[in-house]
Design a protein around this ligand. Structure first.
Ligand code: ADP
Ligand code: MG
Length: 280
C-alpha cells in the first residue's frame, strides 16, 4: 500500500446550537497522500485546512465520507491509538501543546501514553531531543524557551511516538524568522529520514519547497500538483486572495512585460541561479 492517507469524499459540518445552518468546513474532498511525500496545504483563513487535518488525526470524525490512515478507518474506535501513533500532529501555538514543567518530561508524555517501557522511553526521549537539537535544554522549563525552541520540543514529543507521518498545522505561524527556519530545517530532515509530511502553512516560500502543493478554498481542493504546476496558476491564486512565492510573482510580472524567463522558476534560489547563469 503506497498511500499513507486516503480521504474519500470527506464532508465535515460543524453543527452549533446558535446557528440554524451547519458550517460546511470540508466539502467533498478526496485525496491520497503518498507514503514518504512532503505535501503543503495552503488556503486563506476559514478554508477548512485545520478541519481537514483534525479529520486525519481522528480528532474530528467525518459527517460523511471516510478517512483512512495507513488503511485504518478513523471512524473505527478500536484503531484510535494506531491512528494517533501513525499520524502525529503539531499545532500552531506551542504553548498549548507543552504540558510538563520540564522539557524531557514533556517529550516522554506521548510514549508514556502509548504504554512504552520506561527504558525504551528514556532512549526515545534522548533520541528525539537530539534530532531537534534540544538535548542540551532537556532539564529546562519549557516556558523559559523561545517560541522556535518550544515548537521543536512539541515536534520531539511527536517524534518520540515513532510516527510514520506528521501533520503540522501552521507550526511556524507564531515564530520569528529565525525560529521559523529552525523548525523548517527539522521538518525537512524528518522528511529525508522517510517520514510523510503534511504541512499546513500560510508561508508560500515554505510551500514552494514541498513535493506537492494543495490549495483549499471554501472547504474544497481547488489546485493540486507540484509547486511548479500549482504556482504556474499565479493569476488564479491571486484571485483567491493568496500570495504566490516572491520568485513566482517576479517571473509573472517580468513575463507580462515580455521578458523571456522560464515559468518553472518558483524559489528565490532558482531565480538567483538563473540570473547568475545568464550573466556568465
Ligand atoms: P482554516 O484552518 O483553513 O482557517 P478551519 O478548518 O479552521 O479553516 O475552518 C473552516 C470553517 O469552519 C470556517 O468557516 C470556520 O469558521 C468553521 N469552524 C472552524 N471551527 C469551528 C467550530 N469549532 N465550530 C463552528 N465552526 C467552526
Ligand atoms: Mg487553521
Amino acid at each position: 500500500m503506497n498511500n499513507m492517507i486516503r480521504i474519500d469524499d470527506l464532508v465535515f459540518e460543524y453543527k452549533r446550537e446558535d446557528q440554524l445552518e451547519p458550517v460546511h468546513a470540508v466539502n467533498h474532498v478526496s485525496l491520497e497522500i503518498e507514503r514518504g511525500s512532503f505535501t503543503a496545504i495552503i488556503g486563506k483563513n476559514g478554508s477548512g485546512k485545520s478541519t481537514l487535518a483534525k479529520n486525519i488525526n481522528a480528532l474530528l470524525l467525518p459527517s460523511s465520507g471516510a478517512v483512512y490512515v495507513k488503511g485504518f478507518n478513523t471512524a473505527d474506535e478500536d484503531k484510535l491509538w494506531d491512528i494517533r501513533q501513525t499520524a502525529g500532529m503539531v499545532f500552531q501555538n506551542p504553548d498549548n501543546q507543552l504540558v510538563s514543567s520540564i522539557v524531557e518530561d514533556d517529550v516522554a508524555f506521548g510514549p508514556e501514553n502509548l504504554g512504552v517501557e520506561p527504558e525504551e522511553i528514556r532512549k526515545r526521549v534522548d533520541d528525539s531531543l537530539y534530532s531537534v537539537n534540544m538535548y542540551e535544554e532537556r532539564k529546562k522549563a519549557p516556558h523559559l524557551l523561545s517560541g522556535g525552541q518550544k515548537q521543536r520540543i512539541a515536534i520531539a514529543g511527536v517524534i518520540a511516538m515513532h510516527p510514520e507521518c506528521i501533520i503540522l498545522d501552521e507550526p511556524t505561524a507564531m515564530l520569528d524568522p529565525h525560529g521559523r527556519n529552525e523548525v523548517m530545517e527539522i521538518i525537512h530532515t524528518l522528511h529525508r529520514e522517510g517520514i510523510t509530511i503534511l504541512l499546513i502553512t500560510h508561508f508560500m516560500e515554505e510551500a514552494a519547497k514541498a513535493d506537492r502543493v494543495i490549495i483549499m478554498d471554501e472547504g474544497k481542493v481547488v489546485l493540486d500538483g507540484t509547486p511548479a504546476e500549482v504556482f504556474g496558476h499565479a493569476e488564479e491564486i491571486k484571485a483567491l486572495s493568496l500570495d504566490v512565492p516572491f520568485a513566482v510573482d517576479l517571473v509573472y510580472r517580468l513575463r507580462k512585460r515580455g521578458v523571456k524567463i522560464p515559468e518553472s522558476i518558483i524559489s528565490t534560489e532558482e531565480m538567483v541561479d538563473y540570473i547568475v547563469c545568464k550573466l556568465k
